[in-house]
Design a binder for this molecule. Structure first.
Ligand SMILES: NC(=O)c1ccc[n+]([C@@H]2O[C@H](COP(=O)([O-])OP(=O)(O)OC[C@H]3O[C@@H](n4cnc5c(N)ncnc54)[C@H](O)[C@@H]3O)[C@@H](O)[C@H]2O)c1
Length: 320
């Protein structure tokens, strides 16, 4: 199997929201990237979207203008899937979240890449085992779950399926470190991996609180943003539990858990909203009302805030 030092060229399949950002992550660190999307309009727009991403970095003094050009020069748009497969040591699939589609892509990857090429999937939650079970060489497939926006958020969950080779798994973990990411090792291929299990446990309770009329969406978001969420970039839940005391945690769980939402199906309230096409920014109404301007502004502010928070954390870690 390919070794870390041999990796020079990364193929990225899918140039949508995630794929173009993933291409940027590798290109800015000097890897050659071959990007492919079967929608030529999306593919051709990728360099401009990457340039726009990097403009925010530039405004914040995080890159020099020459680095933007250099990054873009490292990205080659592939006009066919076959051409993308040639000469790559690692492939990262970021096509739409559809099991049959991903299976077909991996069968083609197995056929068209060198046998030692490492094959990664950016699926948000589909089991890696299901994606690769029809393959002949299953040991070279690993999950690499980047978080949105991938060019900013450091965490990448690296997921080991029951078939993934140990060497492949650790090569990918080290590759992510090389491009400045914070890889997280997920040792078993469970639905939602780590991040989405934690995130959706929170969302289940948040949606239930709205449904029960206990608070307005704004206040639920505010208690996270201005309360416990403030410490989350620095202290995880288990560190916080240790600081609070596991004995206290145990006491709280005794009286609180019987009252927490524990439904094992999506909330009927959420289903009603979806049926009414109240689905968030796509229809401009969800828990909030949105306009084109408020959507643009929120995403821009989010990206700036994330970059600033990361600078603060970096500074704190260097102080240690
Ligand atoms: N959006 C998120 O927040 C997020 C976060 C983490 C992971 N993911 C996962 O990343 C993957 C991509 O999600 P996205 O949000 O970028 O979706 P997207 O719809 O923005 O992009 C998917 C791209 O795949 C392309 N595509 C579809 N079929 C293809 C094919 N046969 N060959 C080549 N390209 C093809 C589409 O044209 C599209 O550009 C999904 O598995 C998703 O679950 C998404």
């Amino acid at each position: 199997m390919v070794k870390l030092e041999q990796i020079q060229t990364i193929g990225v399949i899918g140039a949508g929201l995630m794929g173009h950002g993933i291409a940027q992550v590798f290109a800015i660190k000097g890897y050659q990237v071959k990007l492919y999307d079967n929608d030529s309009v999306i593919l051709k727009s990728a360099p401009e979207r990457i340039r726009n991403n990097l403009q925010i970095f530039l405004k914040m003094g995080l890159v020099a203008p020459s680095e933007i050009e250099d990054c873009l020069n490292h990205i080659q748009l592939s006009s066919t899937f076959k051409e993308m497969c040639e000469g790559i040591e690692v492939a990262i699939e970021a096509v739409s979240e559809d099991l049959d589609l991903k299976r077909a892509i991996f069968l083609d990857l197995e056929r068209l890449t060198q046998p030692q090429t490492i094959l990664c999937s950016n699926t948000s939650g589909i089991s890696i085992r299901l994606i690769n079970e029809k393959l002949q060489y299953k040991e070279r497939v690993v999950g690499t779950h980047f978080w949105n926006p991938p060019h900013i958020v450091p965490c990448v969950e690296v997921i080991k399926s029951q078939f993934t080779g140990e060497e492949v798994f650790y090569t990918v973990v080290e590759l992510m470190e090389r491009v400045g990411k914070q890889p997280v090792r997920v040792l078993r291929d469970v639905p939602g991996f780590l991040g989405n299990r934690l995130q959706h446990a929170l969302w289940r309770e948040a949606i239930s609180l709205v449904e029960k009329g206990i608070a307005e969406p704004e206040d639920i978001d505010r208690v996270v943003k201005y309360g416990f969420g403030l410490r989350l970039p620095f202290l995880g839940p288990l560190e916080t539990a240790d600081l609070a005391g596991l004995d206290l945690t145990y006491e709280i769980h005794q009286y609180l858990f019987p009252d927490l939402e524990n439904c094992s199906t999506p909330s009927p309230f959420l289903k009603t909203l979806v049926d009414q096409k109240t689905i968030g920014i796509k229809t401009k109404k969800g828990f909030y009302h949105w306009t084109d301007e408020s959507i643009r502004e929120t995403i821009q502010k989010r990206d700036k805030a994330l970059l600033k928070i990361m600078e603060v954390i970096k500074g704190l870690n260097q102080e240690k």
